[in-house]
Design a protein around this ligand. Structure first.
Ligand code: CTP
Ligand code: MG
Length: 474
């Protein structure tokens, strides 16, 4: 797990390095002769004292264990400091982001065997400023260079055209390309293991683990809207530090309480949680971030962006965005976030960051969060009633816990404020103290678990479950 991303200033140096690199020697019978730019550095003479003493300072690539985080959070003086500390502990480091770009470029090398003009770009939390150390690596195989869409100028009576295979739909093209690239990753990709081709999902993808980097990877193609929504989140995350701070705290809180999971199912996703935070920040009496429609109106004619018939226009020049002054502290926002959603009428209203206002819910899903660009889609379609209720209950309990700490927070290292919210027992403690909510009996808990599994199976068969289908945005 120790690796270095090495960047060279001269191309020649790379050629020289490659010249001096040997073919990997293993105990296996043979190796696949597919060279990548992922090299292993070994000691030339095992047991060499000087080499063994060489110490390497490694930068952290994973988050600290939750109990250590709780301890650290408990030792600072205010909830604002806690929120800030959590963000610093969890956010991606610059090196980790570079490693993500490197893995994309290694994948590009594989894809380039068939599609020399293709590129592989990261999207999602790896680049949208909301990534936590250890988050998955979402990749987009961009084949526009190969698709022949860019038409060159022609003069004279003749036109030259590439002969290309014709198939009946864009989806089939994506499926067959991902199938072949998935096969190559499986057969030739060093350290690429557990390759699954999930081609019947709403947005087909190839999922695998990249062992050298430790990343769980999802490779998709033909997924421009998700790329654009990553850009939108980047804009929001860059507008005000309180945006990221709140998203990190809420994501961490949700994970600790099992509201989110790495397994696809009826639970809320990080993407949905981020949308909820953004919406909440738009709903402040003095909004902390603008609505998507406002961002759209600030984009000049150059900024117009239509993808697959959907208007994805918004301003990307941050200096064009001015906002009313708002002095809410991160701690205050965290508490009010929980109050806001603890009392939100999910049964009637949908969350809509384009308008920055509740809208009437167009469909029966328990939680409705409108996709910012594909407006007829609900990004949280997978969430069932049980999971939503769990979210609301925990939100209420957490608002209450924070309120108690506001009045008096204990001295010493006793978990308080945000740290108290991350204790697995928050709902029980809050419930006990308030004498308002009892822990569910075991039978109820089993029932909700079964409901979640059932819902996940149903959505799986209809191909709309979030994690696999997410890329095309549900
Ligand atoms: N996406 C979307 N619609 C969804 C789900 C996802 O448009 N229903 C897009 C978003 O741009 C999202 C990206 O796909 O950022 C990647 O999805 P996912 O990996 O689920 O979310 P991340 O934002 O990357 O968060 P995480 O850290 O959980 O991976
Ligand atoms: Mg992701």
């Amino acid at each position: 797990g120790v690796h270095a991303v090495v960047e060279f200033s001269e191309k020649e140096c790379i050629a020289a390095l490659q010249d001096g690199t040997r073919i990997l020697s293993t105990n296996h019978e043979s190796t696949v002769p597919f060279k990548t730019r992922l090299l292993t550095l070994r000691f030339n003479h095992p047991g060499d004292q000087a080499a063994a003493q060489m110490s390497v300072k490694c930068l952290k690539q994973s988050t600290i264990p939750i109990n250590e985080l709780i301890q650290k959070l408990s030792s600072v003086d205010s909830i604002d400091q806690q929120v800030d500390l959590l963000t610093r502990e969890y956010q991606l480091t610059e090196e980790n982001i570079r490693l993500r770009f490197l893995v994309c470029s290694l994948l590009k090398d594989i894809a380039a065997a068939y599609f020399p003009e293709s590129s592989v770009k990261p999207f999602g939390s790896s680049v949208n400023t909301f990534g936590k150390l250890g988050c998955d690596l979402d990749m987009f195989l961009d084949l526009d260079g190969n698709s022949g869409r860019k038409v060159g100028k022609t003069a004279g009576p003749y036109i030259l055209e590439y002969q290309m295979k014709q198939v009946s739909s864009e989806r089939m093209v994506t499926q067959s390309i991902l199938s072949v690239i998935g096969e190559c990753i499986d057969q030739f990709g060093p350290g690429c293991v557990g390759v699954q081709k999930i081609l019947n999902a709403r947005c087909p993808l190839v999922r695998f683990s990249h062992q050298p980097s430790g990343f769980q990877c999802d490779l998709t193609a033909n997924n421009r809207i998700a790329m654009r929504s990553s850009e939108l989140l980047y804009v929001y995350g860059s507008l005000d530090p309180r945006v990221r701070a709140l998203v990190f705290s809420v994501r961490c809180w949700a994970r600790v309480h099992g509201l989110t999971s790495s397994i696809p199912g009826a639970w809320i996703t990080n993407f949905s949680l981020t949308m909820m935070v953004l919406f909440f920040l738009q709903r402040r009496s003095s909004p902390i971030i603008p609505t998507l429609d406002q961002l759209k109106s600030l984009a000049g004619t150059d900024g117009k962006c239509i993808i697959e018939g959907h208007d994805c226009t918004f301003v990307t020049n941050l200096s064009k965005i001015t906002l009313p002054e708002n002095t809410d502290t991160p701690g205050q926002l965290l508490q009010e976030f929980f109050e806001f959603y603890g009392n939100f009428t999910f049964s009637k209203n949908s969350i809509n960051i384009r308008k920055g206002k509740e809208q009437n819910k167009p469909e029966a899903s328990p939680l409705h969060i409108q996709n910012p660009f594909e407006q007829s889609l609900n990004v949280s379609k997978n969430v069932n009633q049980t999971q939503l209720e769990k979210f609301v209950t925990l939100a209420r309990d957490s608002a209450w816990t924070l309120q108690q700490n506001e009045v008096s927070h204990p001295s010493g290292t006793h978990p308080w404020g945000l740290a108290a919210l991350l204790l697995p027992s928050v709902s029980q403690t809050a419930g006990k103290n308030k004498n308002k909510r009892k822990r569910q009996p075991a039978s109820e808990r089993i029932k909700s678990l079964l409901d979640s599994i059932k819902a996940s199976k149903v959505t799986k068969t209809t191909d709309v479950f979030c994690k696999s289908a997410k890329k095309k945005s549900l």
